[in-house]
Design a protein around this ligand. Sequence first.
Ligand SMILES: Nc1ncnc2c1ncn2[C@@H]1O[C@H](COP(=O)(O)OP(=O)(O)O)[C@@H](O)[C@H]1O
Ligand SMILES: [Mg+2]
Length: 416
Amino acid sequence: MDSSDEPDMTGVMVIEPMGNAGPFLVEAAARSGIRLYAATDARVHAGYEPWLTRGLAGVCLTELADTARALDDMEAFCRARRIAGVAVSWELLTPLAALLAARLGLPGNDPLRAKAARNKIAMARAFREAGVPAPAGAVVTGTEQAHRVAVSGRLGWPLVVKPAEQGGSWGVSVVDGPDGLDAAVAAAGLVTRAEPHGLALDPRVLLQSYVPGEEFSADTVVHEGVPYPLPVVRKDTTAGRYRVETGHSCPAGLDARTVRTIQETAARAALAVGVRNGIAHTEVKILPGGGPVVIETGARLPGDNICEIVEAATGVSEAAAYLQAVTGQVPDTAPTRDAAAAVRFVLPDRAGVLEHVVVPDLPGTHSRLHIRPGQRVPEPADSSGRVGHVVARAASVEEAGRLADRVIAGTRVKVG
Ligand SMILES: Nc1ncnc2c1ncn2[C@@H]1O[C@H](COP(=O)(O)OP(=O)(O)O)[C@@H](O)[C@H]1O
Ligand SMILES: [Mg+2]
């Protein structure tokens, strides 16, 4: 399946490049003269789009849900091609990437701690042990236990109820009182296997105390255990029961000291879950009048086109820095640009069949649809309910946000 075999070029294996970070990895690899290989399942590979197929030098077909087999298949594949680094883009596959890098003797993350970057229960423990500020929490396996934790008053109200292993706000609810608890626990435990790879998920549910304040994300690229902070991004979400991301902006509009505090906290979170040679995407809330609290971290590039807005605003390519880190090079994280960018998502207010969607075309913006007319739009309870996105670039973040908001305000979506 190899289309290229130039021995001088560095080869990197990406465990499942399909997904939001994929195009940025493909582009950064091409720019850096890196051959990119993929490991995936045959049925997932069958759905690869042309941009991805074109960007790959070869594909290792395996069963990513079968760790032992996937490691054997990928090890043989990588050894035959003198692969110099292992990358990954799906959070649930980050422990597998750490195991593969360790097997191949390549720069990677600590395989003994890698589970903490995927599983929010292990993550909470790792944060506690490392003294990373994080919400108080409790693990439950059913509604009765959840009610017992709630009446104890230990976590207060509102309560955040979330699956141990998921992303994109799937199954996450903010609950104001005991009446909403049963439905929230059921929603958090609903999905037991993650598509498209059929990965088995930890069925336990995490209750957390609610952290008020504004939300940000901060990524950290790590080389030989040394963190290199990346630009801080402001995150907007829906309010209420479901917290779906509605947009991201860079720069974050914060003073330099707060930016540094967020970056330092994010770096500590990344190291706490064993990121040693790689990247981490960390979500942080700033308590009103207080300091940062880490909501979660993942040992992967960000999704949601954050790679695009960070590069548009600062010139820093997170994907290129990640490829440098996993191939043992010092990452290049110095900003080369002082501009701004924002992404906003088109989120219809209910489920149904998408009848039509018209996104206005304003100068300085570009948009893309994720769901086509005739397809089903799920309930706007998580990121799968997004119909599309718009990216705006401008000289200031206020202007970029205004532009993107104007496009969203002018978007006509009809769900039947
Ligand atoms: N303890 C919490 N306090 C306040 N908001 C939270 C808390 N946990 C999660 N959220 C909100 O819910 C969103 C999704 O939760 P998160 O833990 O990041 O799950 P996911 O892995 O699905 O992104 C967060 O971005 C945040 O807005
Ligand atoms: Mg999150």
